[in-house]
Ligand binder design. Structure first.
Ligand code: ZN
Length: 302
């Protein structure tokens, strides 16, 4: 169990939803695939750290911090006695090489050097700690989690953990003696308080309500091939079942995320969900979970 859990970012949710409901231009599609892949890698890493001794380590997943108006992000931060471990997780797949302090894909395309990334967040993190008067030693590493990743010509002295070393590294870390005190919990609490849930760098695909495909989608595989019964929504592709109320609310939230200023009305949700046959059912659920406002003959929900 992590002290702070990772949740999907709004950016990922927006790209996923628009990708599902329209054909994204190739540049946006690449951003989306990159986001999805990155998130998958982080979840993979979380599954490995999940089993670490909670009495010895506090794990904070996905920290977005700010210092002197500069934002930075740490994929996972492991608090332990003596030293803390900021972890940068990469889900790179395929062959890469390292040359004069730069990272390249095997076809020669230069990519952002993750070692520069951790150097930057290291510096900023130290600033945060200094301001809070925490004297702390930190050790940052880049973790490559994809088993199909290879890096040629990397120097031995770089803080890189390769897929083949991942399990052993975490096992060894877990075996270290570490006694947590109130100060460690206070630090964790402080960092969670400082955490900014929304990224200031959110990129947005271009879409309009009209050009998005309508329909409630499966909560698990995002397929539109769902059937709504009296109380349940059933996916014809993966068989996933969901309570109808949860499904409708999830669709409303998705719509609100895509269009933060949109006025939620029964008719709009009826059109957006498509598979719900009864407007009455939609109205009842909106009434329970939102506040109703009247404007002329329309009722909208906030
Ligand atoms: Zn499904």
């Amino acid at each position: 169990m992590a002290y702070k859990d990772r949740i999907e970012s709004d950016e990922l949710k927006l790209f996923r939803s628009s990708n599902n409901r329209m054909v994204l231009p190739s540049k946006e599609k690449n951003i989306y695939l990159h986001l999805e892949k990155g998130y998958k890698g982080e979840v993979m890493f979380d599954q490995l750290t999940e089993s670490m001794d909670q009495k010895k380590f506090l794990i904070l997943n996905d920290l977005r911090l700010e210092t002197n108006s500069t934002n930075f992000q740490i994929d996972s931060f492991i608090i332990s006695q003596g030293t803390h471990f900021p972890c940068e997780v990469k889900n790179f797949e395929g062959d890469y090489y390292y040359k004069s302090d730069q990272f390249f894909a095997i076809n020669g395309t230069e990519i952002q050097n993750p070692l520069d990334q951790i150097k930057r967040s290291d510096t900023l993190l130290r600033q945060v700690f200094q301001k809070k008067k925490y004297s702390i030693s930190i050790k940052s590493n880049v973790f490559f989690v994809n088993p199909a990743f290879t890096l040629y010509q990397a120097p031995l002295d770089k803080p890189i953990i390769y897929p083949t070393q991942l399990t052993r590294y975490l096992e060894e870390l877990n075996a270290r003696p570490s006694i947590l005190t109130d100060n460690h919990y206070k630090l964790a609490e402080d960092l969670v308080k400082e955490h900014k849930p929304c990224s200031p760098y959110i990129r947005l695909p271009q879409y309009t309500y009209e050009n998005l495909k309508k329909g409630l989608t499966c909560s698990s595989c995002f397929s539109f091939l769902v059937k709504a019964g009296e109380t349940k929504i059933v996916c014809s592709v993966c068989g996933c079942m969901e309570n109808i109320e949860d499904g409708i609310l999830r669709s409303v939230r998705e719509l609100q995320l895509l269009f933060p200023d949109i006025k939620i009305t029964t008719n709009l949700i009826f059109e957006w969900c498509k598979v719900i046959e009864s407007r009455k059912q939609i109205r009842r659920i909106l009434k329970i979970h939102f506040k109703a406002f009247r404007r002329g003959k329309y009722t909208y929900y906030e």
